[in-house]
Design a protein around this ligand. Structure first.
Ligand code: ATP
Ligand code: MG
Length: 260
């Protein structure tokens, strides 16, 4: 899908960038989304562009929580749709969740485009166009959701969510799973389960854990949830950034060249 050589030391990062650009060109990702992507990349670099063991534990707890939910919903915005559409559809299938397009800057046009894009990647039912529900405490443009989707959900996965909206969802009593690379951002700090990892790695790993846990004992699922501590996971990511960021051996320092 790109001309980036696979042996380029920053292949994954460049591929991600390319997908976001393509998302903007297709009209599914907003320009704000480009800025969010830049912030995410900076944190990913500082975290070593890998899934920390504490993030893996969060991903396992998220999988168990989704399997246990009565009405789980995966919220999809323009960045999620551009970066991991097929992976999101697979996760929804693995845990029996609904998919709802939910945008910070809602326009019917963009919701429709994202829904089409998700269907091209295998989704059969995509919510978000009814827009007949709301998140109390937010103005109309930012608080519009589907009444039988996010409004009715008991567990919501909100990747790359804005802090205000994460807080408003929390105030509605939802169990919130946030995927965000910045451990200091309000959104993961509000979450019941903060996943400090790149969406691109996190979503497939939650799916892998869900498939594993679906066949495991209910005790194993309970343990995945009970053994996870949100505060400790946030602290671990922050400590990794503070202590380890530039400790990479010389020969492993990612290349500085970028094309174009
Ligand atoms: P607030 O404190 O209100 O949340 P913010 O600066 O975090 O403010 P957001 O709109 O939440 O504002 O910013 C987008 C967030 O998405 C950033 O924290 C960024 O690190 C994160 N992000 C961007 N790309 C990715 C990605 N691919 N995977 C995970 N997180 C990402
Ligand atoms: Mg945030």
């Amino acid at each position: 899908e790109t001309e980036i050589p696979e042996d380029h030391p920053r292949y994954a990062s460049l591929l991600t960038r390319h997908r976001i650009e393509a998302g903007v060109e297709k009209g599914i990702t907003s320009k704000q989304g480009l800025i969010a992507q830049g912030r995410g990349e900076a944190f990913d670099y500082l975290l070593g562009e890998r899934t920390l063991p504490s993030a893996d534990a969060a991903e396992r707890a998220a999988a168990a929580t989704l399997l246990r939910a009565n009405h789980p919903v995966l919220s999809v915005n323009g960045n999620v749709a551009a970066l991991a559409p097929g992976e999101t559809v697979e996760l929804a299938e693995a845990v029996g969740a609904d998919i709802e397009v939910n945008l910070f800057n809602h326009t019917d046009e963009r919701v429709r485009r994202i829904a089409d894009h998700l269907r091209e990647h295998g989704a059969d039912d995509v919510k978000g166009l009814a827009a007949d529900g709301d998140i109390p405490g937010l103005d109309h443009a930012r608080g519009t959701v589907d009444a039988d989707g996010i409004e009715a959900a008991d567990v919501v996965v909100v990747p790359l969510e804005d802090g205000d909206r994460a807080e408003a969802l929390d105030a509605m009593g939802k169990t919130e799973i946030v995927i965000d690379l910045n451990p200091g951002s309000r959104s993961p700090r509000t979450a019941d389960i903060p996943i400090i990892d790149n969406l691109i790695r996190a979503v497939p790993n939650v799916t892998a854990h869900a498939r594993d846990l679906a066949d495991a004992s209910s005790a194993a699922r309970r343990d995945a949830i009970d053994s996870f501590a949100a505060d400790a996971a946030l602290a671990d990511a922050e400590a990794t950034i503070r202590e380890g960021a530039f400790a990479t051996p010389d020969d492993e320092i990612p290349g500085e060249e970028t094309p174009g």
